[in-house]
Structure formats: C-alpha cells, structure tokens
Design a protein around this ligand. Sequence first.
Ligand SMILES: NC(=O)c1ccc[n+]([C@@H]2O[C@H](COP(=O)([O-])OP(=O)(O)OC[C@H]3O[C@@H](n4cnc5c(N)ncnc54)[C@H](O)[C@@H]3O)[C@@H](O)[C@H]2O)c1
Length: 262
Amino acid sequence: MTEYLKKIDLRGRTAFVTGGLGLIGFEVSRALCEAGARTVVCDIVPVNAALKKLKPLSSLGDIRYEKFDITDLHSVENRLKALAKKHGGIHIFVNNAYPRTKDWGAHLPEVKLASWRKNIEMHLNSYAWLSRAACLLMSGKGGNLINFGSIYGVMGPDFTVYEGTTLDNPPAYAAIKGGIINFSRYLASYFGPRGVRVNNICPGGVFDKQNQKFVANYSKKVPMKRMARPDEIASAVLFLASDMSSYVTGQTLMVDGGWSIV
Ligand SMILES: NC(=O)c1ccc[n+]([C@@H]2O[C@H](COP(=O)([O-])OP(=O)(O)OC[C@H]3O[C@@H](n4cnc5c(N)ncnc54)[C@H](O)[C@@H]3O)[C@@H](O)[C@H]2O)c1
C-alpha cells in the first residue's frame, strides 16, 4: 500500500455513526467500514430491522449495531463510555442523526414555541452533549469528531427554491446547524492540544426523490446543476475521519456542488 493509501486505512480504529441507518448515515457507515474501521452504527431503529438493513455491509468489514437514542441526554455520556469499552475504544465519532418533531417544516409564522424548544433540545443539545462526551473519551489518546452541519448552518435559505412546492425551510434548522458549527470550533480549539480533531461537514441538498419542482429549482441554483448523492457526502467524511486530513481541525467542509460560493 502506498503512503497515501495508508492514510485512509482505518484498520484498528473504532468509528461510531449516529443515525447510521439514514440516507447519508448508511453511506457514511459503508465508507468507514470499507476503509477498515470497526463501525458501530447507532440509531433508534429496532435491532432486528437494523441488522437486516446492515446485512449488505457485513461482507465489507466489521459492522455492528447499537440501538442508541441521542436525545436521551441524561444517559448518553455513560452509554457512550460503556459502548467504547465494548467495541474497542472510540477513535472516530460522527454526529449525523436527524431527530425532528412531526411539525418540522412548519412555516415560520406557524412554528410553536414548544416545538422550537423541542427541536433545539433534540438536535442541537444532543449533538453538543455527545460531542463533548466523545471528545472527553478521545482526549489524550487521539481521535476525530465530525459534526454534520448543513449549507443552512452557514447561509440563509433562498426561499425561491420552495416556490410551487409544499416544502419549506425549517427556521430552527438555521439556529441548530449554526450552533453546531460554532461549537465544533470551540471543541477544536479546546481539544487540539489533547490530540482530538473536530470538523464540520456541510452537505448541500441530497437527492431523495423530492418533489420534481423543488429538485428543478434547487438544481438550477447550484453551479454543478444537480443535487448531491449520499456517497459524495460519505467520501468527504472519510477524508475528515482519516489521516488524509491530519492537519485539518475546526473547519467546515462544504460539500454542496458550489451552492455556497454563488
Ligand atoms: N439530506 C440532506 O439533504 C441533508 C443536507 C444537509 C445536511 N443534512 C444533515 O445530514 C444528517 C443526516 O441527514 P439525512 O438526510 O441522512 O437524515 P435521515 O432522516 O435520512 O436519517 C436520519 C437518521 O437518524 C436517525 N435518528 C433520528 N432520531 C434519532 C435519535 N434520537 N437517535 C439516534 N438516531 C436518530 C433516524 O432513524 C435515521 O436513520 C443530518 O444532520 C442532516 O441535518 C442532510
């Protein structure tokens, strides 16, 4: 293996991926597993259904599943400690889960305070508290945290892409993703001397058979004229999770086909 290929070799490392059964998380899990990491998928899906979904990945490497609710803030720190012990440590932690309330997507004037608070609690607070817990476990041993932001964590929405559709951009998303991105900078600064790198990945819209009008509106605005594929996001996670990015910390990697530069 050449020196550069050795850098993406994750054998001997354990990676955790929250929301690892979702659209992006599944591909992230596949990428980390293919690169040799023992990959622990954490999601809220019941065990049997999860194992069925993960079956195709089991021939690629060491893939495992833990039912893990990131919103259970009183228990996540101890649970993660126990899981690290069970699965051979923690070297890579990817905060990718996407918890949201049923009314997520409500237009700004209709958003209820209780719902706003719940989404901040479920998403921002869970990411922050788990980030803290994962970094503390990796501190002094070397490790790597990747937080999922979004283009909407660094930019305001262009509402014209929702014209002619029933879709909308949830206002709490801006607060949540913006908060996650800047907290990652805090963590990168705090844990830099302690051997832990912390970075954000900000995908643009990923194609998931959305409303045709929305896909057309969105694609028109992107310099690359299309939405992303999940594997394109996962490749960027692999870069951040591996020694390919050994001198990169506190950064926000935009994987958006150029959305954020125009
Ligand atoms: N899809 C996009 O276009 C896009 C764009 C930018 C950013 N993102 C971000 O990427 C990440 C993944 O998004 P996605 O589109 O793959 O979402 P998704 O809805 O397809 O998958 C999310 C996964 O998280 C799991 N999950 C939900 N609540 C959970 C909880 N409490 N504990 C543990 N797991 C839980 C779900 O079961 C699901 O498997 C999110 O942070 C999202 O904000 C997505």
